[in-house]
Design a protein around this ligand. Structure first.
Ligand code: BDR
Ligand code: CA
Length: 310
């Protein structure tokens, strides 16, 4: 039986591939998509999620807009990687997938309640919507199978020296979710920096020759150009689908049970994730953290899923 999953995202080039991996993978049943302000403001991330599904011919999955800003901090965006509209590169079509009138948290609550079995939430942006759900509807926590989040790092950051972007944008939300008691897996930069869009990967996708693959190849080109300009990484790291792979193909991502704490007070270090892999603090483990990735197996899964789409 495929695992029912909700993707909460802020597309974003790599979020689009996360949506496609979830929609095209036989091990997953994508039941809802929700959006959050992150890479670009909410209006763009919501439209981009609808475009991603429209291009791929994914119909019947509701898409609802969520939080426009983090729980307590002002929104920080990342046009410097994703472009002004969040999906720099291809010409963007009008989305045919409609916008669901419910809020993200209403849609997630409805999906959790309607499902016969617990639903997994995969978050690939600032984790504000999930925090709001757990804060306002704690009785639904037991219906969440687990939460897998792309963000953080066991090492250094990419938005500040010590903070990864999704963690930096809403660390209070992350802290709330990690403390909620729901099974939580962090998929950070230490593994997503292995998921590099090499020329071989670009060719693997482009050679599929489908509309989805063509759109994806154009996304790759812009994304890699920006990663080269900003980080000196011409093979851009495609972060977000690695979080989907944790559920779609568990053997592909190695995880460890450990202690995860979030820096909320630091002036220079806010949003840093403290991952106590060596047990120095003597605190109870409270999370799973990704520590390894089978790179070829990951890309084979992404390509096979894209191939199943339009
Ligand atoms: C994360 O930040 C965003 O720019 C990407 O979409 C990804 O979710 C990587 O730090
Ligand atoms: Ca993202």
């Amino acid at each position: 039986m495929p695992i029912p999953v909700i993707i909460d995202c802020d597309p974003g080039h790599d979020d689009v591939f996360a949506l496609w991996l979830a929609a095209g993978h036989p091990a997953l049943d994508l039941v809802a998509v929700t959006t959050v302000g992150g890479n670009v403001p909410l209006e763009h991330t919501t439209r981009n999620a609808r475009i991603a599904l429209s291009v791929a011919g994914v119909t019947g999955v509701p898409v609802a807009a969520g939080a426009a800003r983090p729980l307590v901090r002002p929104l920080q965006t990342a046009e410097w990687i994703h472009g002004e509209n969040g999906l720099g590169g291809p010409e963007l079509p009008e989305p045919t997938v409609p916008l669901d009138p419910r809020s993200a948290t209403e849609l997630i609550a409805d999906a959790l309640t309607a499902s016969a079995e617990p639903v997994a939430i995969i978050a690939t942006g600032p984790i504000t919507n999930v925090a709001i759900l757990l804060r306002d509807r704690p009785e639904l926590a037991g219906r969440i199978r687990e939460i897998v989040w792309m963000g953080g790092s066991t090492e250094r950051g990419n938005a500040t020296p010590y903070a990864e972007f999704n963690a930096l944008v809403d660390p209070e939300a992350l802290d709330l979710v990690v403390r909620s008691g729901v099974r939580f897996t962090m998929v950070g930069l230490n593994v997503t920096h292995l998921a590099l869009v090499t020329s071989g990967v670009r060719e693997q996708i482009a050679s599929l020759g489908t509309a989805t693959a063509d759109f994806g190849a154009e996304l790759f080109d812009f994304f890699c150009r920006m990663n080269d300009e900003v980080f000196g990484m011409p093979d851009g790291p495609l972060h977000d689908p690695v979080a989907v792979a944790v559920l779609a193909d568990p053997g592909c991502v190695e995880v460890r049970r450990t202690r995860l704490d979030v820096e909320l007070l630091g002036i220079e270090t806010a949003g840093a994730t403290s991952v106590d892999l060596d047990g120095m603090l003597g605190r109870e483990p409270n999370a799973w953290v990704a520590v390894g990735l089978d790179v070829d197996r990951f890309w084979a899964g992404v390509a096979a899923s894209v191939a199943r789409l339009a």
